[in-house]
Design a protein around this ligand. Sequence first.
Ligand SMILES: Nc1ncnc2c1ncn2[C@@H]1O[C@H](COP(=O)(O)OP(=O)(O)O)[C@@H](O)[C@H]1O
Ligand SMILES: O=P(O)(O)O[C@H]1O[C@H](CO)[C@@H](O[C@H]2O[C@H](CO)[C@@H](O)[C@H](O)[C@H]2O)[C@H](O)[C@H]1O
Length: 445
Amino acid sequence: MTTPIDLTKLPDYLRNQRWFAGKAWPIKSVSVMDHARIELPGGRDFTLAVVEVLYELGHPDRYLLPVEGKDDGVQDAFEDVEVLRALFNLIREKRVVSSASGKLCGEWLDTPEGLIALPSPLPVRRLQVEQSNTSVVVAEKVILKVIRKLEPGINPEYEVGRYLATKTSFRATPTLLGALQSEGPAGATLAVVHRYIPDVTDGWRHTLEHFRRGARLTDTFLGELRRLGQRLGELHHALGAPTDEPAFSPEPIHAEDLQRWSASIVGEMGVTLNEASRQFPELEGRREDLIGYARQLAHVPPAGQKIRIHGDLHLGQVLRADGDWLIFDFEGEPGRSFNQRREKYSPLRDVAGMLRSFDYAEATVGLEGQADGERLGPARKAFLEGYRASTRGAPFLPSDDASFNSMLDAFELEKMLYEVRYELQNRPDWVRIPVQALMRMEVRK
Ligand SMILES: Nc1ncnc2c1ncn2[C@@H]1O[C@H](COP(=O)(O)OP(=O)(O)O)[C@@H](O)[C@H]1O
Ligand SMILES: O=P(O)(O)O[C@H]1O[C@H](CO)[C@@H](O[C@H]2O[C@H](CO)[C@@H](O)[C@H](O)[C@H]2O)[C@H](O)[C@H]1O
């Protein structure tokens, strides 16, 4: 199978794409790992290729490259909605297409939600949001997300979505309906399909709206945050239930886990403070206290379970629809490998992620000029009340408050360090938000 891709043009082409994450590094070479030709109506076709980008330094990256057969250079085939429609049909019809070194497999789940009636011809519209992937809404009922930057291994968004849809009754999420997988040496999840939720707003925008209203949060909004905590508790019950699927079966937290997590936070602290303290020298003065904080985790009496978790929970990962919350995007933290993201952890890591998000919301309205008020404390309290009420007695949590709080503090610290690294790389103007949180952190007695 020959590919119509002109490899000499690819480095320049890639550097000009919004979704290409390697803009800062000189490219050594680009090669096609696998490619498949997919037919379109009217005798046309397009090529779906997996390309590997080698840099002069560092690890190679893989990208999904959809190209239409043009002579005048590389043309992104996703500009053509017919191409996205064809990909969706491939998934919906569970088709298998041979590729140069493997195959592409469309998968549609045999669940009640999968029995969705769709009109013909299929109306397809692009999602009007800034994103690194490419999403389209099909018939206002489903959303197809084609993934641009590919990671080898099992994609947790697919794996967790599939598990929730087929093995649990948790439905406070846009249900996974299907996926496109490539099999062979370039094996990866290329696309996922979920139920589309109309008229949603994300939790980040919704929370900012409330934080902007004044010094105090309304009882109604605090009730909503209690409900958010409850929904997270329900997610953890679903992910923490006994199962014979090894990837999801809960495991006891041992002293070695706590020591490993503690050591990992100490290691991340070293890397993060070295990177950040050039810009924020005041952080150096906090290094010892913060290390002490991370070390406390190693001395928590082992209790509770490690389970699969959301892994990157924040207000942007929850949707508000019909007066309730949906939790979505189970991809995990983009800075970690799929294998790291698929590890089991204490569910308190998700709780910590959401608590950090309230701090971001408070800092954001502060930067906008909103006067200090009584927002952050009550928001945290309401969310934690909801979470604790729905997880009372759950085997995945430590039963005593002291352990619960020490673990939560350590995971909040871990998230702050991650955020410093994330912001340094992506939004330098925002680094001060997690840096100020690190400066404020107090050791709980
Ligand atoms: N099932 C859905 N229903 C409605 N809107 C959605 C759904 N999934 C995602 N969105 C919207 O699309 C945006 C981007 O989705 P996301 O899966 O986070 O893409 P990416 O991984 O490319 O950032 C979300 O912030 C949300 O506004
Ligand atoms: O791309 P993802 O949504 O998976 O997550 C990454 O980007 C997030 C920013 O969009 C980042 O979240 C941080 O900023 C949020 C406000 O924009 C805030 O609500 C979060 O608490 C804060 O962590 C996330 O960490 C990163 O993984």
